[in-house]
Design a binder for this molecule. Structure first.
Ligand code: WTA
Length: 647
């Protein structure tokens, strides 16, 4: 694939778009030369209770690190997503819900959503939830997930959504880390026709969370669950008695809106904290411009609300803009692999936003499943979560979009709150595989390993030079870790953890993580987390985990495991370890390949040489480089000889 391939903005798209090339250039130039003026103006897209006079107060200096936007303004996020639309589009659909079962769907208007959210906000208050309290949400992709999140925002509580695929242990860790006193869950989730025992998982988690005293349970499948007296309440019972009148709490711009746990290169997942004002401005602005959203259009982001993409681009961005946002409970291949396109036709979806891993999986199923659907409503396609390989990009463009729909390849992170590098459909010529150019106010920079800034066409570590309103503000409960993780590697800059190339046109090409984070099907995993799950098994002495190239998942999980003396490395044990990790963390952390390692390659000071393990896992053992610093070079020969990935 030649990277020189350029797909120009179709003229008709440019004409109809909010932002064309000239406008992008002018607005971008102003956004970085006069950020105060630019954001003073664009901050107004959100309804403020008390208008701000301060715009940006930021220092990236580790000694005095602070990030504040619109500091003296007050607002409520749920009022921006609901109340302000009632007069103009109260009867328009807000959430278009499509169930796992193709025969189940429903449309919820802004007025209905407003009433539900207000009621649940009153329920939360009645359960003793106050401003600033942490509420853990462990729900499937059902409208109640949106209701719960917005109800938290309405009363000023901080939600922490935990993906429904996480294990009881992972849930418990997250509940404990933020001292959450209440959990909202469902009897069971439903995905691809299979049931997920959410309440049972929550029960197991709560057994080790004594300070979490309340559990609200949504009835989704009607499956049998145990309800613990005094602790557990049915959602529908509580809602029956609740009033639909709940004035939104007045929040300061820098009051927390949510915590979302994400994996880093070391230690336990971090509670990424986002605040209210800047996040809402950035979420709504990026949603409108990146997807070129126009009133009345049906917009579908296939993410789960358990991830940041679900927060910003299913919920807060679209609803702040009064959009019709489609929420999908199911999976791409159920009942068959044409489900996405059937849903597109069923609901006349105009804008479709998904992950490369889904594209690659569907690509393998063949064109026929796509071509038998119409997709004529589609106008724009999006990609997020991991680098999209040009082959998948071109297939998405040609087969799904019939060469008619631009693709926005959006690069961002849980930490960034919203999209930072992306094409704008009416402004940016596309290059398959490139996230292209920065959004307004974003100053990407590439630095070498010593922190020297690299100019022109080059490759390096991707940093961002200055703040944008959607940036995370801290790691919940651990501000030092925030400074350490993001602002210490390269002084005075936000370090993303990604590697990146910039071409002669100034286009950015994300090359993937340069730290010990791996990206499996667009889900972030810390290799350290998987390692610590493995060594928690009684037969395992030591483990090292790396990512390796995987056709569908982008990266797969490759584990090197050293067993305790006397343990037999059997096929059975291999399976047991996979199950063990699934139970400890969740199915998304399942190792794809486990290699028995009599020993791991270490330096004389005992440090595991991951570079070598990555090469062996990638089947590039002929490029191991210098192994002379190894304590015992023979270890490598054994690992190469017995490598698992011979693709
Ligand atoms: C990767 C998801 C290339 C990247 C929104 C980043 C991408 C990590 C892209 C964040 C993209 C996300 N192209 N890589 N368009 N989007 N990534 O926190 O490595 O789950 O650092 O946020 O995903 O993952 P996270």
């Amino acid at each position: 694939m030649s990277e020189e391939m350029v797909i120009a903005v179709p003229e008709a798209v440019a004409r109809a778009a909010h932002i064309d090339r000239a406008k992008y250039q002018a607005m971008y130039a102003r956004s970085v030369s006069d950020p105060e003026g630019f954001w003073a103006e664009h901050g107004k897209r959100i309804d403020w209770i008390k208008p701000y006079s301060k715009i940006k107060e930021v220092s990236y200096d580790a000694e005095d690190l602070h990030i504040r936007w619109f500091h003296d303004g007050t607002l409520n996020a749920s009022a921006n997503c609901l109340d302000r639309h009632l007069a103009t589009r109260g009867d328009q659909t807000a959430i278009l819900w499509e169930g796992d079962d193709p025969n189940e769907s429903k449309a919820i208007t802004y007025r209905e959503l407003h009433a539900e959210v207000s009621k649940f906000a009153n329920v939360l208050k009645a359960l003793g939830v106050e401003k600033g309290d942490r509420v853990t949400i462990y729900l499937p992709m059902i409208p109640e997930a949106a209701v719960a999140m917005l109800a938290c925002a309405r009363v000023g509580a901080i939600h922490s959504v935990v993906f429904g695929g996480f294990s009881p242990d992972s849930l418990a860790n997250r509940i404990q880390d933020c001292d959450s006193t209440i959990v909202i869950t469902a009897d069971e989730g439903l995905r691809g026709g299979r049931k997920v025992p959410l309440k049972k998982n929550a029960d197991a988690a709560l057994a080790s969370c004594p300070s979490c005293k309340t559990c609200v349970v949504v009835r989704r499948t009607g499956g049998a669950v145990e309800m613990k007296d005094g602790r557990d309440h049915w959602y529908h019972d509580l809602m029956l008695a609740a009033s639909a009148d709940c004035p939104p709490a007045e929040m300061r711009a820098e009051d927390p809106l949510f915590i979302l746990y994400t994996s880093g290169s070391t230690g336990k997942p971090k509670g990424v904290l986002h605040t209210t004002g800047g996040y809402m401005v950035y979420a709504s602005m990026t949603h409108e411009y990146v997807f070129d959203y126009k009133p009345g259009e049906v917009y579908w982001c296939t993410a789960d609300v358990g991830w940041v993409t679900g927060h910003t681009y299913i919920l807060y961005g679209p609803l702040a803009n009064g959009a019709i946002t489609l929420m999908f409970e199911g999976v791409p291949n159920y009942p068959d692999a044409s489900r996405f396109w059937q849903v597109v036709d069923k609901h006349d979806v105009n804008i479709f936003y998904t992950a490369p891993t889904a594209i690659r999986a569907l690509m393998r199923e063949g064109e026929e499943l796509v071509k038998k659907t119409s997709r004529k409503s589609l106008r724009l396609l999006g990609s997020v979560g991991e680098p999209i390989n040009p082959e998948a990009w071109l297939w998405y463009h040609r087969v799904v979009g019939d060469e008619r729909c631009p693709i926005v390849d959006t690069w961002w992170q849980t930490e960034t709150g919203g999209i930072l590098i992306t094409p704008l459909p009416g402004a940016t010529d596309l290059k398959p595989g490139s996230a292209t150019l920065p959004f307004f106010g974003v100053k990407p920079m590439l630095v070498d390993n010593d922190g020297n800034v690299l100019e022109g066409a080059t490759e390096g570590n991707l940093c961002i030079a200055d703040s944008w309103p959607g940036q995370m503000r801290t790691v919940y409960g651990d501000h030092d870790r925030f400074i350490q993780t993001y602002f210490s590697t390269f002084k005075g800059r936000y370090f993303t953890g990604d590697g990146c190339r910039r071409d002669a046109d100034g286009y950015y090409w994300i090359t993937g993580r340069v730290d010990d984070v791996i990206n499996v099907s667009g889900h972030r995993m810390g290799t350290a987390e998987v390692e610590s799950a493995l060594v928690a098994h009684s037969k395992v002495a030591e483990a090292a985990v790396v990512g390796y190239p995987h056709d569908i998942k982008g990266q797969g999980i490759y584990a090197y495991v050293t067993l305790n003396v006397g343990e037999e490395p059997t096929e059975e044990l291999r399976k047991e370890l996979v199950q063990w990790v699934r139970r400890e963390i969740g199915p998304i952390a399942s190792p794809d390949l486990i290699q028995w390692a009599p020993a791991l390659p270490k330096t004389r000071s005992g440090k595991i040489m991951r570079r070598i393990l990555r090469k062996i896992a990638a089947n590039e053992h002929d490029q191991l480089g210098d192994t002379s610093t190894l304590a015992d070079p023979a270890v490598v020969d054994d690992l190469v000889g017995n490598r698992m990935n011979r693709a």
